[in-house]
Design a binder for this molecule. Structure first.
Ligand code: GDP
Length: 440
């Protein structure tokens, strides 16, 4: 799922990763690429247009954190917009009304995965301590009734089915049955047709009116892309449903339905079905889905932290000092303080484009800030500014003052020297426009 979209977005970010700043030109190119990627993922054109406009405005706007690379910033902005596009927060099923049993009505076209979903939902509710009853109100297809009975058996939830052609009667009796048998949720599987037709819509409207369901869920097959969105629109106009269930996301759905439906019908996607088995049902979380599409969770959370904690002015000042080769141990110390706020040295590495390729990850893991801080704090102002003056006796004094050994002091000075050298070369490389990939 979403493979092609993910690949194309990643290619866009890669193109940006050699750029030192965000500007109208590189953003223009990136937006064109993102637009094409979304359209080829079968996302609704209007939705794409709005999406790209938002990303462009945010990329050139004020919220941009200068201390992260343009590619990282765009990943974060695209991520946030994807989350927004899919509805922001997860919207749970709301069965907390006062009426018992609560009623969930499930609607959708035949073949969408409606009946399978009813059983999966029953299983999920049962696991959560509810006592569901499945009601077979898809009265026109005997096979559908049989299927629900089989699936009910698999998930160990009773199924109410009677030989009756009136769907409303079945549903109302089902609710009555639930009352009598102390079932607290009724899941009504309604009739589906291969295409939207008037008789089906009228029946669904009547069921809605007479049953007064707590939740109406519309089930739609994500594989049909734009068509899913059109069908959702028609059902929503008639039923004003509460939420969408996207099915078959385990297949090679291109993503269009997941990315367009919320914007077009303004109803949240509540569940996603990812297979045929009873457990293949997940709650739909827009943020998790966005990260799945981008596959760049690390960068997203890093930029988030940077936005929350980094002192922008200081970082910018430091970067310009780095460029002028004025970066000293005072800066290094400041940098450490910021990193400590962010909780990871990986952050520093990601902040400087290209550095992540040069420092092996294992060198960073488990690095202890404590002694480094103590050593720097035991230096004089002059020593911090010009570490080259730190001779043998000064090293001994610093080691004593910081409760470390001369070897530790030597090590830090050596590391600082190497880091400075490396940062200098990275900065020169970045300036000369060489392509450097951010690591995800
Ligand atoms: P209904 O006609 O809408 O009730 O659809 P069904 O529940 O009978 O499902 C139609 C077909 O799709 C069945 O073969 C299901 O096993 C299959 N199906 C349902 N949900 C999923 C899913 O999430 N992934 C996959 N791969 N197949 C599914």
């Amino acid at each position: 799922m979403f493979d092609n979209l993910s690949d194309r977005l990643e290619a866009t970010f890669t193109k940006l990763s050699g750029q030192a700043t965000i500007n109208e030109v590189n953003i223009g190119i990136a937006m064109r690429d993102i637009k094409r990627a979304l359209i080829s993922a079968d996302v609704n054109y209007k939705v794409v247009k709005k999406f790209v406009e938002e990303v462009r405005a945010k990329s050139l706007g004020e919220g941009v954190v200068k201390s992260v690379s343009p590619a990282q910033m765009i990943v974060k902005i695209v991520n946030d917009e994807l989350v927004e596009l899919m509805g922001g927060e997860h919207k749970p099923l709301d069965l907390n009304g006062s009426r018992i049993p609560a009623v969930v009505m499930v609607a959708g076209l035949q073949g969408s995965g409606k009946t399978t979903f009813c059983a999966k939902l029953a299983r999920r509710l049962k696991k959560n301590g509810r006592h569901p009853l499945l009601v077979a109100a898809d009265v026109y297809r005997p096979a559908a009734v049989e299927q629900l009975k089989t699936l009910g058996g698999q998930v160990d939830v009773p199924v109410y089915a009677i030989d009756e052609q009136d769907a409303l009667k079945v549903a109302l009796e089902g609710v009555e049955e639930a009352r009598k048998t102390a079932r607290d949720v009724v899941i009504v599987d309604t009739a589906g047709r291969l295409q939207v037709d008037e008789a089906m819509m009228v029946e669904a409207e009547t069921l809605k009116e007479k049953l007064g369901p707590d939740e109406i869920l519309f089930v739609v097959d994500a594989m049909i892309g734009q068509e899913a969105v059109n069908t959702a629109k028609i059902f929503n106009e008639r039923l004003d449903f509460d939420g969408v269930v996207l099915t078959k996301l385990d297949g090679d759905a291109r993503g269009g339905a997941a990315l367009s439906i919320k914007q077009v019908v303004d109803k949240p996607i509540k569940f996603m079905s990812v297979g045929e088995k009873p457990d293949d049902l997940d709650l739909f979380y827009p943020d998790r889905m966005a990260q799945r599409i981008l596959g760049m969770g690390d960068i997203v959370s890093f930029v988030e932290k940077a936005q929350e904690t980094l002192d922008l002015e200081k970082t910018q000042e430091m970067q310009s000092r780095l460029l002028k080769n004025e970066f000293d141990l005072n800066d290094f110390y400041d940098q450490l303080q910021q990193l400590k706020k962010m909780g990871s040295i990986q952050g520093l590495v990601e902040m400087v484009p290209g550095l992540n390729k040069m420092i092996p990850k294992q060198d960073l893991e488990g690095l202890d800030f404590g002694p480094i801080e103590a050593i720097i704090c035991s230096m004089t102002k002059d020593e911090k500014h010009r570490p080259e003056i730190i001779n043998g006796s000064r090293r001994q004094r610093i080691a004593r003052g910081s409760g470390t050994s001369v070897q530790d002091v030597n090590m830090l000075l050596k590391q600082f020297k190497e880091m400075k050298k490396m940062m200098g070369s990275v900065t020169r490389m970045t300036k000369s426009g060489r392509k450097i990939m951010p690591q995800n």
